[in-house]
Design a protein around this ligand. Structure first.
Ligand SMILES: [Zn+2]
Length: 220
């Protein structure tokens, strides 16, 4: 059975990093919502055009369009029996509809992982991005620290926090996530398929933990 995984977690929980590493390890594609839409748009079909209309206006893409795009993505290539969805499903309705779609194909989810991080961790990670105002080099206090604290490795300039990462914005993103996704989390929990992983761990440890959770879960 090819792994069919949904990865849930707040912004800056390390979801993207875990998904990319898992994708490599398990040999199944990592599919973020953004990538799903970009692919649909480049295919040029009706659904891609619909999705683009909402994205261009900065609005949420409606469930019917999202589900259509997911169905198209699954149908597009025959080897898409396995995947890691990252950022989808976002709501309980989407979770239910994904289940229905996968049941139709006889390819149910094999695991749902929730990366559980405290608000403190999320803030620290989200606010940890630094950039060099002189040469544009990017750093992260935790993940890609400069050799000398707060100085650019390349040109020595004093590093600055990324402008779009202020605390208020991050807190708002966390609140929006919690409000939307809690129902999807509850839905998977009721089904007994949800596995929680402590995402306050450092990157390497977190990935090892994810792997061991998936392994201990093997029923087939
Ligand atoms: Zn620099």
């Amino acid at each position: 059975v090819k792994p069919r995984i949904v990865l849930l977690g707040p912004p800056a929980s390390g979801k993207g990093t875990v998904a990319a590493a898992l994708s490599q390890k398990l040999g199944v594609p990592h599919v973020s919502t953004g990538a799903l839409f970009r692919e649909a748009i480049s295919r040029g079909g009706v659904l891609g055009k619909e999705a683009k209309r909402f994205i261009d206006k900065g609005q949420l893409v409606p469930d019917d369009v999202v589900m259509g795009v997911v169905r198209e993505w699954l149908d597009d290539k025959p080897d898409r029996a396995g995947f890691i969805f990252d950022g989808f499903p976002r709501t309980e309705v989407q979770a239910q509809r994904l289940d229905a779609l996968l049941r139709e194909r006889n390819e149910p989810l094999t695991a749902v992982l929730l990366l559980d991080a405290t608000d403190d961790t999320i803030l620290r990670r989200a606010l940890g991005r630094l950039s060099c105002p002189k040469c544009g080099a990017l750093y992260h206090v935790e993940f890609v620290p400069p050799e000398t604290e707060n100085a650019c490795d390349k040109c020595g300039e004093k590093l600055e926090r990324r402008a779009d990462d202020n605390e208020k914005t991050v807190k708002k993103r966390i609140a929006v996530y919690a409000e939307q996704t809690q129902d999807a989390v509850d839905y998977y929990e009721k089904q007994g398929i949800l596995r929680r992983v402590d995402a306050n761990l450092a990157k390497e440890k977190l990935f090892q933990r994810v792997l061991s959770v998936l392994k201990s879960d093997k029923t087939s």
